[in-house]
Design a protein around this ligand. Structure first.
Ligand SMILES: Nc1nc2c(ncn2[C@@H]2O[C@H](COP(=O)(O)OP(=O)(O)OP(=O)(O)O)[C@@H](O)[C@H]2O)c(=O)[nH]1
Ligand SMILES: [Mg+2]
Length: 209
């Protein structure tokens, strides 16, 4: 995945959503992906948002990435952000078992309830693999969950950046391979607010009375 040089035009606009328990590293993954940085972040209040232009699969893409708060008190607010998302990244912390069990108890149910794109691509991400000594969820468990729920899957670390870009890359590639997600769902196709109006059509062909 390359950062796109031209930010003025793009082929598709994709809405992506990050969900998962508080503290699993959603905001850290987003910061790592968009700014190549890692720092100690405060818990997200409500919802945060970042944009990134990338070139993937020969297409210029504008990614609008919504980073939701994992804390339960924000659940009503965050549920409205599932609407229209072409990709949803479910994050858990490989060092905290409850963040993994909550995927089926909480997060998969939220997707079923609130996602509006039936073909929406789901990606499961096990974060914090740099803390291998503290790991309590095995890679196999992640693979099995992803298979059962029909998700893509990768383990990564926002801290070391391992597999962070690959996670977004794989998700976006899969969206590009899904025709139903490239029509009205990504209606930003070639949308460019700075582009001039098209030239007026040839008046000789006009059928106007
Ligand atoms: N070691 C390690 N720590 C991480 C990693 N990713 C995030 N953290 C730490 O985990 C804590 C929580 O990270 P956040 O990115 O704020 O988590 P979040 O999922 O956005 O949490 P909410 O906004 O409350 O939902 C922070 O102290 C991060 O520094 C990682 O890959 N490795
Ligand atoms: Mg956060």
């Amino acid at each position: 995945m390359e950062s796109s040089s031209s930010q003025a035009e793009f082929d598709y606009l994709f809405k992506l959503l990050l969900i998962g328990d508080s503290g699993v590293g959603k905001s850290s993954l987003l910061l790592s992906f968009t700014s190549d940085r890692f720092e100690d972040l405060n818990p997200t209040i409500g919802v945060d948002f970042k944009m990134k232009y990338v070139d993937v699969g020969g297409k210029k893409l504008k990614l609008a990435i919504w980073d939701t708060a994992g804390q339960e008190r924000f659940r009503t607010l965050t549920s409205s952000y599932y609407r229209g998302a072409q990709g949803i990244i479910m994050v858990y912390d490989v060092t905290r078992r409850e963040t993994f069990t909550n995927l089926s108890d909480v997060w998969a149910k939220e997707i079923d309830l609130y996602s509006t794109n039936q073909d929406c691509i789901k990606m499961l991400v096990g974060n914090k693999v740099d803390k291998e000594d503290e790991r309590v969820v095995s890679k196999k468990e992640g693979i099995d969950f992803a298979r059962e729920y029909g998700c893509l899957f990768l383990e990564c670390s926002a801290k070391t950046q391992v597999n962070v870009e690959q996670s977004f890359n794989e998700l976006v590639l899969k969206i590009l391979e899904t025709p139903s997600l490239l029509t009205e769902g990504s209606s930003g196709a070639k949308k460019n607010i700075f582009r001039q109006n098209p030239p007026p059509s040839d008046s000789s062909t006009s059928s106007c009375c």
